[in-house]
Design a protein around this ligand. Structure first.
Ligand code: CMP
Length: 551
């Protein structure tokens, strides 16, 4: 019997003799290669169905494959373990890195693919794969991370603007003080911020040039590569082959043109057609806009940053303690955020008095009355940081204060920590020493400390006297209040407190002042405005007692 297929044969010693062995073999026939007519002994087919020789050849490859798979799995496992061990902050930073990579991928490569023939039907799947991966990252970010981020933003904002938290941190415990420092140092990493700013600005510029290069190539292709003197001549594609190298040559040449156009270096071929002229005009406008208009629009911010950077450089070179540095940075931040400028004085000095007065009235209308608008010009605005001493007990008083925003605490007593009163927006203080009622010397009767960020108006003694000339009634009230306060302050001195502990000085003070305070308040809270604009001062907390700390 011939086998049905000449390329195959039934094998097995007694396949043809019809014996029991053949029956057994028939049940499990094995088909192997070409029939050579010779009986072939299939030694290993039972154990190794694919043939012994093949098995021997494949074995080492499989082993190496399995080894590399193992390595990959181990690496993956290691990666996952590392990720799990990372803090959420680092994970979030890594994720942001991924998101920004995806974002950059689209932002940089979409114009290029649109203008240059980088994407071909052959490599399109790879581009699309990368695009879909980026889209997936976006979707994940929008759906999972951003909602969480909003919550984090909220928490940070609340923390940052919670002045009470900062105040307590400054004034109460050392632990919290350390907390404040870490908060500040975490928020303000100036060197990193500086690097970031430089990188960001450079990237903006590079990106504008990149887009311009793409547009130029597109315009050249639209007109026809090498068709006129102005368009790109298509050097990279002269060979006719669209290779990565040729495309890069195209791109770099177009980029060179873009740089020359946008930065208006000159030496460009003259546009001939209307299309070329319009294109070139737009290029020039954008270049001028980038250089001059954006520069002018951000001048104030640049000025603020320059001031802050110079101050930080100065403090670093003189090895100013970190604590003080952080305070200065906080002041810069807060002043910039709350006012949008560092020095309002510069803004207002050019204006005539009448206009300054009008502005002052409008700006501070909520806390002033129309009674004495002529006094408004006499006031200066000052910001104090949490814990700053506005005035110290025993100093010579040269000015009084009206609280524009925030709070201050009048502190004194035997331990100099007893809070006599907390004064809020619209309150007046520091007027006692101006009247010279304490032993004939104009000395401060108590310490006054900023409780949180406090924005105060300052009225000089000279200006106050000038104002009071026109308001004799108010002058009398002021003197009366000063006498009472000075008497109470001496009541609250350590000696008196010991002999007369039953006298609650602050309460008596409040009761006795009564109506007088109201009128004084009316007088002074009406004088809220800017004479010299904003002049913001810093006062050191740690300056020695008795020194002229305001200087
Ligand atoms: N017990 C008090 N309650 C409220 N304010 C006070 C009290 N003692 C002093 N002051 C104010 O704190 C100021 C400290 O400086 P002066 O002494 O110039 O004026 C003082 C008052 O305006």
């Amino acid at each position: 019997r011939r086998p049905q297929n000449k390329n195959t044969t039934r094998v097995g010693g007694g396949a043809l003799d019809g014996g029991p062995e053949s029956r057994k073999n028939k049940k499990q026939p094995t088909i192997v290669g070409r029939n050579t007519g010779r009986p072939r002994v299939q030694k290993q087919t039972k154990n190794y169905p694919q043939g012994g020789r093949r098995q021997r050849r494949r074995e080492p490859r499989r082993w190496s494959e399995s080894r590399s798979t193992c390595c990959h799995r181990l690496l993956l496992l290691l990666f996952i373990v590392c990720l799990c061990n990372l803090s959420p902050d680092i994970l979030y930073v890594l994720w942001m890195f991924l998101v920004s990579a995806a974002w950059n991928w689209n932002v940089w490569l979409i114009p290029v693919r649109w203008a240059f023939p980088y994407q071909t039907p052959q490599n399109a799947p790879y581009w699309l794969l990368a695009d879909y991966a980026c889209d997936l990252i976006y979707i994940l970010d929008i759906a999972v991370f951003q909602p969480r981020l909003q919550f984090i933003h909220y928490v940070i904002t609340v923390q940052f603007h919670n002045e009470k938290l900062l105040t307590n941190t400054v004034t109460t415990s050392g632990t919290m003080h350390a907390g404040r420092c870490s908060l500040m140092s975490a928020l303000v990493k100036w060197k990193a911020v500086l690097c970031f700013r430089v990188i960001r600005t450079t990237t903006y510029l590079l990106y504008c040039l990149h887009c311009n290069a793409c547009l130029y190539h597109w315009a050249s292709s639209y007109i026809g590569l090498g068709a006129t003197q102005w368009v790109y001549n298509g050097v990279g594609n002269r060979s006719g082959k669209v290779t990565l190298c040729n495309l890069n040559v195209d791109y770099i040449r177009c980029y060179y043109f873009a740089v020359k156009t946008l930065i208006t270096i000159g030496g460009l071929p003259d546009p001939t057609s209307l299309f070329e002229i319009v294109f070139q005009l737009i290029n020039y406008f954008v270049g001028v806009f980038m250089r001059d208009v954006v520069g002018a629009a951000t001048a104030a911010q640049t000025y603020y940053r320059t001031c802050m950077d110079n101050t930080i450089k100065y403090m670093t070179s003189y090895h100013i303690p970190k604590d003080v540095q952080n305070r200065v940075k906080t002041w810069y931040n807060y002043t910039w955020q709350s006012q949008g400028m560092l020095d309002e004085q510069e803004l207002l000095t050019q204006l005539p008095d009448k206009m300054r007065l009008d502005i002052a009235v409008d700006v501070n209308y909520s806390i002033v009355s129309k009674m004495i608008f002529d006094m408004l010009k006499s006031l200066r605005s000052v910001v104090y940081l949490p814990g700053d001493y506005v005035c110290k007990k025993g100093e010579v008083g040269r000015e009084m204060y009206i609280i524009k925003a925030g709070e201050v605490q009048v502190v004194g007593g035997p331990d100099e920590r007893t809070v006599f009163a907390t004064l809020r927006a619209g309150s007046v203080f520091g007027e006692i020493s101006l009247t010279g009622t304490v032993g004939g010397v104009n000395r401060r009767t108590a310490n006054v400390i900023a409780h949180g960020f406090a924005n105060l108006f300052i009225l000089d003694k000279k200006d106050l006297n000038e104002i009071l000339v026109h308001y004799p009634e108010s002058k009398k009230l002021l003197r009366k209040k000063a006498r009472l306060a000075s008497r109470l302050s001496s009541d609250a001195s350590p000696d008196r407190t010991r002999t007369r502990p039953s006298l609650p000085a602050p309460r008596r003070f409040a009761q006795l002042l009564g109506a007088a305070t109201l009128q004084i308040f009316l007088l002074h809270s009406c004088s809220a405005a800017l004479r010299d604009g904003m002049r913001v001062r810093m006062s050191g907390m740690k300056e020695e007692e008795g020194s002229d700390w305001r200087r």
